[in-house]
Design a binder for this molecule. Structure first.
Ligand SMILES: [Zn+2]
Length: 205
């Protein structure tokens, strides 16, 4: 990505002049990308001939992008107490200070991994099958409510996994926690812990 500075020149087609013109980068007010309202002082390519804003370089894109107020979506599932304990134990191994704050990012990280690698969905299904076989025995186990707000993209990923695996949301989250248990709680030296610690450092900042 080329980063421009004010005063630098380039060439572009000017719509107003209907020709290839030289442009100079300068700060101007431009509309948000959805056309509503103006963003002040954005670096743009300005036509040297007619002073019209000809282009907005990629570096100015974050500034003109109107934040979509896509509201977070609740994720609520009832888990057995030992499942919640495993989730929090995994978090404790990643960062003893992170606490419940890491529940959502850790789950989201695993959800992303399963979505990215559809070959792993069979293992989720197998785990969920084992869990439902053991449910009768677990019926007297206390339950805990997992309640977090997730981004729409995470919600979408969960729906994708539910569709691909045929699992209900609760069974899917349970199977994911089982994978977290296998990866992070059981091993003496869990692989991938460093990567998750980096995530925890950012999340719990
Ligand atoms: Zn022009």
């Amino acid at each position: 990505m080329i980063v421009y500075k004010a005063g630098e020149t380039s060439k572009a087609i000017c719509e107003r002049c209907k020709s290839l013109v030289t442009t100079t980068f300068a700060y101007r007010d431009v509309p948000f990308d959805d056309g509503t309202g103006l963003v002040k002082d954005i670096l743009c390519a300005v036509c040297d001939r007619c002073d019209h804003v000809v282009a907005v370089p990629p570096q100015s894109t974050p500034a003109i992008r109107r934040a979509r107020n896509a509201a977070d979506v609740p994720l609520e599932v009832m888990l057995f107490a030992p499942e919640m304990e495993l989730l929090d134990l995994a978090i404790w191994r990643i960062d003893p200070d992170a606490g419940q704050r890491l529940r959502k990012p850790l789950l989201a990280n695993y959800i992303r991994r399963f979505v990215d690698d559809p070959a792993t969905i069979a293992s989720l299904q197998a785990t969920a099958g084992m869990q439902s076989a053991g449910r009768l025995r677990a019926d007297k186990t206390p339950k805990r409510r997992l309640s977090v707000k997730i981004a729409p993209k995470t919600d979408h990923a969960i729906n994708q996994l539910m569709a691909a695996s045929g699992l209900k949301k609760t069974d899917l989250i349970r199977a994911i926690i089982h994978q977290i248990d296998k990866d992070l709680v059981r091993p003496d030296r869990p692989a991938g812990l460093e990567k998750l610690r980096e995530i925890a450092w950012v999340v719990a900042a």
